[in-house]
Write a protein that binds this ligand. Sequence first.
Ligand code: UD1
Length: 434
Amino acid sequence: MDKFVIRGGNPLLGTVRISGAKNAALPAMAAAILTDEPVILENIPDVRDIQTERKLLMSLGAEVELGYGRAHHRTTINCKNLSTNPEAAYEVVKTMRASTLVLGPLVARMGTARVSLPGGCAIGARPIDLHIKGLEKMGAVITQEHGYIEAKTDRLKGAQINFDKITVTGTEDLMMAATLADGETIMENCAREPEVVDLADLLNKMGAKIEGQGTSTIRIKGVSKLHGAKHRIIPDRIEAGTFIIAGALTGGDLMVSGCDPRHISALLQKLEECGVKIRTTGDGVRVMSDGNLQAADVNTEEHPGFPTDMQAQFMALATQAEGTSIITENIFENRFMHAQELVRMGANIKIEGRRAIVRGKTQLSSAAVLASDLRASASLVLAALVADGETIIDRVYHIDRGYENIEEKLRGVGAQMKRIGEMLPKKMGVPVAG
Ligand code: UD1
């Protein structure tokens, strides 16, 4: 397994370019299931979850071309010859929960789908009951056995769906399903994340009739057929936020280019409260810091609130801020695993249920630490950038799921960081000794 070795102490200076959003690319790829014509997606990030989704779509009978570099990070997906009994197997779903995004599109287009239940994951139970309830409302007959959900229908019909709880992939899954339903679907209490809007924009290019994306109420008039389309994926706001915190934390002057500041306004406001200078430009965000940071409290919320996917990275910053920061995690019940690793590096953090109390500023010292999930790994990288000495982060495959070439990007702006251990598995998922 690969490890990162990071020597802290350098301020980050220069420009870093943000990749396409993993969480927008994954549902966009699943949307290709809805048509028998090719869907071309640009600005696809070069991360492991995209390879997993490609494998999943190919196992369903899709042709998926994926090219990076000169090919402009582009994928062309052709779902002309999908299997008539499509199944998303446990082996794939267990490695990536977002695999459940194929459920809605498969039932809508093929009238049948068999998808493994995702099971537990590092940050909490994360059920998909709301996806299932919504599909049932649209007339699908759902059975559950041997750890799989099976959904069947002749044709989905439009329905009134009120989400008991706001769910991002649930909103996306049912929105995709409703595009091919008979009649109108009205969904209330929807997720308002930029990735939901991006997916609706793609679906509308494919011939869907969706209104209200980005608000709590989405209306979808079903059509009988969707067609192919070309679409550019929005920039990754979580990758952007992670680099912005890296600039702030290290006392740097960093231009985070290619991101959309409107997608991260809650984070930017919070950082200004901490004393970080933020300038938004036509091309992104410039972050300037003298390293003197003030504590601030954070509550994670659904968009447009402070994102849970930035909570771990903010905690790394809070260890370097003067005063006490209280970080409350409202979305997932078990998302503080990074705290113990930060404590091993010298941070003063106490966990009380959903609250983390971080007392700063503490000098972090290098240690061997373990990445436990995607965003937790990012927080350890951030902490290592300001720790004294050489930090070794193990299990970096978590970070490879969602950050494109993080070590090259950080090195490009002055970090001392290298990857050691096995090479290649990052992209192919194949362990190779080395
Ligand atoms: C998405 C993001 C993930 C982010 C999360 C919250 C993708 C691929 N992943 O995950 O990075 O951390 O949003 O912003 O976009 N819930 C239920 N029943 C359901 C569905 C969800 O109870 O059927 C609960 C979950 O357990 C959780 C909350 O709702 O407590 C929010 O989860 P959800 O928005 O669905 O997260 P994901 O879409 O899986």
